[in-house]
Design a protein around this ligand. Structure first.
Ligand code: GGG
Length: 342
């Protein structure tokens, strides 16, 4: 029997809860195959915040930090909390305080059978840049600080170089060091340094605006793309657009410099989608593929591959939610995928 893996479940808000419901049977399925895992329910999100004033209580945060190997996360964001305070104090806090620097966002149409063979992996720095939540709104001006630190940038770039070498794919750094001289200057300097250490990787740096244009014109010429928090967010959403949209895009975040048994966070790229929440219309594919990424991270490769194959099989058979032009609801799509699990 494997060591027991503890997974914190945070469905969050809106469609996060609906897509999470389609990932949970995969945990039971893994258990039935002999994987040892237990779950901890953490029902934090807008409802809990509005009812109690609590976002992520200290005791819950500590239970994740000290007692969990992984987090399965749905989505956060709710129009009833317009300043997004609970989203910051739940999701961004987990990413930052657990130092989940590396956010891996694969966009593979082989996994979804949508698009035309696209296979791009975005490595997004996940804790810093303009998402460090420091700044001010003053009369007549607003300031958002973008902080980039050498350890985090190096960790992200090292992970991207390692991945590109492993896949034998090219690596492109997206930056704007021509204007963001300090922050992106640091990115470029470290990139050039690491490129010398990884002569086996075909690595180039591009201004992000030119990169976006080249991506739209020829997405197949890209392999791994590394970027800071902000650019990585934009680039990965554009890449998701090539393979069917945000609903099918998975992600996994981890702290490469921390021991294996510290929480790793699997979450779909999409947010809480308040416009369709509560109607059973969400696409669970991004959440289900995120669960597969987590299983692979845990060393459960057969289960990860089986889930990815089941998603491909379901989509190949024509199963589609509304965002993909079909008529299935979230639960029916989850069933269509699980039916093909072997
Ligand atoms: N599952 C992703 C999610 O809930 N995103 C909401 C959010 O606040 N995201 C900020 C970010 O990812 O940059």
């Amino acid at each position: 029997m494997d060591t027991c893996i503890r997974i914190a479940l945070i469905p969050g808000d809106g469609v996060g809860r609906e897509v999470m419901a389609e990932a949970l049977p995969l945990l039971d399925w893994a258990r039935a195959r002999g994987r040892s895992l237990e779950t901890v329910d953490l029902p934090y999100g807008a409802d809990h915040f509005l009812a109690t004033g609590e976002t992520l209580p200290e005791v819950a945060f500590a239970s994740v930090r000290d007692g969990c190997d992984a987090i399965l996360f749905g989505a956060v964001g709710d129009p009833r909390v317009p300043d997004g305070r609970h989203a910051e104090e739940i999701l961004l806090r987990l990413r930052q305080e657990l130092e989940l620097t590396v956010n891996h966002r694969p966009c593979r149409s082989p996994a979804t059978r949508l698009g035309t063979g696209l296979d791009i992996e975005v490595f997004r720095e996940n804790t810093e840049g303009p998402y460090c939540l420091q700044g001010s709104t003053e009369p007549g001006r607003a300031v958002d600080l973008a902080i980039h630190t050498e350890p985090a940038v190096r960790r992200l770039l090292e992970a991207a170089f390692r991945r590109a070498a492993r896949l034998d794919r090219s690596l492109t750094l997206a930056h704007k060091a021509n204007v963001l001289k300090h922050g992106h200057g640091l990115w470029l300097r470290l990139f050039v340094e690491l490129r010398r250490e990884h002569p086996e990787v075909d690595a180039r740096a591009m201004h992000a605006d030119a990169l976006l244009c080249a991506l739209v014109q020829g997405p197949m010429s890209f392999g791994v793309i590394a970027a800071d928090n902000y650019l990585g967010d934009l680039i990965s959403d554009l890449c998701a657009g090539f393979i069917g949209g945000m609903g099918v895009a998975p992600s996994l975040s981890w702290a490469p410099h921390r021991p294996f048994r510290c929480a790793t966070l699997a979450e779909p790229v999409h947010g809480s989608a308040p416009d369709i929440a509560g109607q059973g219309l969400a696409n669970p594919v991004g959440m289900i593929l995120s669960t597969a990424l987590l299983f692979r991270h845990l060393g459960w490769d057969p289960e990860a591959e089986a889930i990815e194959a089941a998603v491909a099989r379901a989509l190949e058979s024509g199963a589609r939610t509304r965002d993909l032009g079909g008529t299935l609801g979230c639960a029916a799509m989850g069933i269509a995928i699980r039916t093909g699990l072997r």
